[in-house]
Design a protein. Structure first.
Length: 171
């Protein structure tokens, strides 16, 4: 029998992009309209409590938590500080790998410094070269997001928080 050690937390139900292929916003699924915009910290705590019990019963000492959305960076920086603290305080004996999956359009120096401080690694969604990315990964006004994502990736290389595979699309 195997144990589950990786968890995706959809902490934000909205997005600042309007990707043409998005299953949630452009394929008829309207359930997000009935969801809170942000996962409450009470819900994060309830999950951490349940995770503690599961890890103790299964003998797990390593867990990956992936912050996801919508767009998780629509949450405030303090939200991430509180989330990480909840997990580390609730189950201090666990080794964590925290990751955020983002579209990257709001990543800046302040975000990178916070994520570095909190030891949260970053995955940035990019749909290949500019031509393809800007065709599908657009803002609500129809403008492409490639330039902002490429800038965020270049900045992120300085912080050593990014997967190097992404470099092939912007160099």
């Amino acid at each position: 029998m195997y144990s589950v050690t990786s968890y995706v937390l959809k902490i934000v139900s909205r997005c600042n992009l309007n990707c043409s292929y998005c299953y949630m916003y452009n394929m008829g699924d309207q359930t997000y309209l009935k969801q809170p915009k942000f996962m409450s910290l009470e819900t994060v705590q309830a999950f951490a409590d349940t995770l503690k019990s599961y890890c103790n019963n299964a003998g797990i000492d390593f867990v990956q938590i992936i912050f996801h959305g919508g767009e998780p960076l629509l949450a405030k920086p303090s939200y991430f500080e509180e989330c990480v603290a909840i997990f580390r305080n609730t189950i201090p004996e666990i080794e964590y790998v925290f990751t955020i999956q983002t579209n990257g359009v709001t990543l800046d120096k302040n975000w990178y410094e916070l994520l570095l401080k909190l030891k949260i690694s970053i995955g940035i969604s990019i749909d290949g070269p500019k031509k393809y990315h800007d065709e599908y990964r657009i803002f609500h006004n129809g403008k492409g997001s490639y330039d902002l994502v490429a800038k965020a990736i270049q900045l992120g290389k300085k912080y050593n928080l990014l997967i190097t595979l992404l470099e092939t699309f912007i160099t």
